[in-house]
Design a protein around this ligand. Structure first.
Ligand code: ADP
Ligand code: CA
Ligand code: CA
Ligand code: CA
Length: 408
């Protein structure tokens, strides 16, 4: 099951390599949800009960062995459909808790998982009143967005009010209803950030890759850039991270399949930011390779089907990816230096994914990157340096948009 992102493509190719018959569930507006193609099932992800019914009736004619989500958008639907079909998957309430940051925090706190102090407020709240009861620095965040959209740090009550208004605009523009959703305010956790890619089997966590994020993420917005694996943190800290993620998964009830977790690490140890019941996003999985050349998607598909997993050892070299940050808002007119960037030693690929002549929207409103740079090499430090040199080769021609009447 996959939405129409390039993430879906990696799963479709992996399924072909495994000789699997697959059907792709696409999120389609209700009026259009009547695809005739046998390989595509048009579903309205916003109406999960109907979508589950469609999957169940499809499965009567074409029995399904597994239902899995390639990204956040269908994690809950995949769990509901699996439950309806009696297929192994995470429980629907666990899938929901992995998607809703307030549910996630409550379950983690109840399970004694180290996470920031948090408070939940409705979107209808008076920001000036809340600004005086929260502590600083803090982070405001929407409950159900991803990719750091709407996540804003505030150091003072004035910044809090401005951040609240900005977050509210973003959440309403996403179609959420003011009366039925809220936001979190968390203590800002200083420190170094890591991401853990893992696989759960009956609640046991196998680490597939631990990534350092060597660029500081101190706000006010949190744009991710470089991920490098293996981590350069001491073994004991890496083990503390693994154990923290395993406890976090247990606390929210995730037991099966891929997890992508993000943590902060400081003198006090690891702090859980979030855990998702899906694999790493964007094109980042390109750099991961296991056993004898198995990609992450193939590994996840095999696991979902209960097939034997040859080896979960990552290819022993260091690997890294840079999610190319958006330097400014505007229309992307051109990109140069791509060939030069590809020539940088250790660079294995440069993909510009942002379409030309379209607007680029930086965080906290935006939802995408300019593209990705990939590297492999002897050491994490060399990989990180290669990514930075390749990035310096790229030139982005971004024109400011003409002001639009009535624009805010
Ligand atoms: P999303 O689901 O949108 O990725 P996250 O909760 O992961 O939301 O937040 C995005 C980023 O914001 C994190 O990767 C981190 O850099 C930063 N962040 C979020 N919460 C905190 C916090 N409490 N303290 C410090 N940084 C935070
Ligand atoms: Ca997330
Ligand atoms: Ca995140
Ligand atoms: Ca992230």
């Amino acid at each position: 099951m996959t939405p129409a992102t390039y993430r879906g493509g990696a799963f479709v190719s992996a399924a072909r390599r495994l000789g699997l018959e697959i059907v792709v569930g696409l999120d389609t507006p209700p009026g259009l949800a009547s695809s005739r193609s046998p390989e595509i099932l048009a579903l309205d992800f916003k109406a999960p009960e109907e979508a589950v019914q469609r999957i169940v009736s499809f499965a009567r004619e074409h029995p399904l062995q597994a239902v899995l989500s390639v990204d956040d958008s269908a994690v809950e639907l995949a769990a509901l459909a699996s439950a309806a079909l009696g297929l192994p998957c995470n429980a629907p309430d666990a899938a929901e808790a992995a998607r809703d940051k307030y549910l996630m925090r409550r379950r983690m706190a109840a399970g004694g998982v180290p996470c920031p102090v948090f408070r939940h407020f409705p979107l209808t709240a008076d920001p000036a009143a809340i600004a005086h009861i929260v502590s600083y620095p803090c982070v405001l965040k929407p409950l159900r967005l991803s990719g750091s959209r709407g996540v804003i740090r505030a150091n003072t009550p004035e910044e809090f009010v401005a951040a609240f208004l900005r977050l509210k605009r973003i959440v309403l523009a996403e179609g959420f209803d003011e009366g039925s959703t809220g936001f979190l305010v968390e203590d800002f956790i200083p420190g170094f950030e890591v991401a853990l890619e893992g696989l759960l089997t009956a609640g046991q966590l196998q680490v597939l890759a631990l990534f350092d994020k060597p660029d500081p993420l101190d706000g006010p917005f949190f744009e991710e850039t470089i991920y490098v694996t293996p981590s350069r943190l001491p073994a004991a800290v890496q083990e503390a991270i693994r154990s923290c993620v395993e406890r976090a998964a247990a606390s929210i009830g995730l037991r099966e399949g891929p997890v992508h977790a993000e943590l902060r690490v400081n003198e006090q140890g690891p702090w859980m930011l979030e855990i998702a019941g899906r694999s790493i996003g964007g094109l980042c999985s390109t750099i991961l390779e296991f056993g004898a050349g198995m990609c992450l998607e193939e590994l996840i598909l095999r696991h979902a089907l209960g097939r034997e997993l040859p080896s979960l050892e990552r290819r022993p070299e260091a690997a890294g990816v840079m999610m190319i940050p958006i330097p400014q808002a505007g229309i992307l007119k051109g990109v140069s230096g791509i060939e030069e960037a590809k020539q940088v030693p250790l660079i294995t690929g440069v993909e510009i994914t942002a379409p030309l002549h379209n607007p680029l929207v930086p965080l906290p409103e935006g939802a995408s990157y300019l593209g990705f740079i990939f590297a492999r090499g002897e050491s994490p430090a060399a990989v990180e340096e290669a990514l930075r040199s390749a990035h310096r080769c790229l030139r982005f021609d971004i024109r400011r948009e003409l002001p639009v009447l009535n624009a805010v």
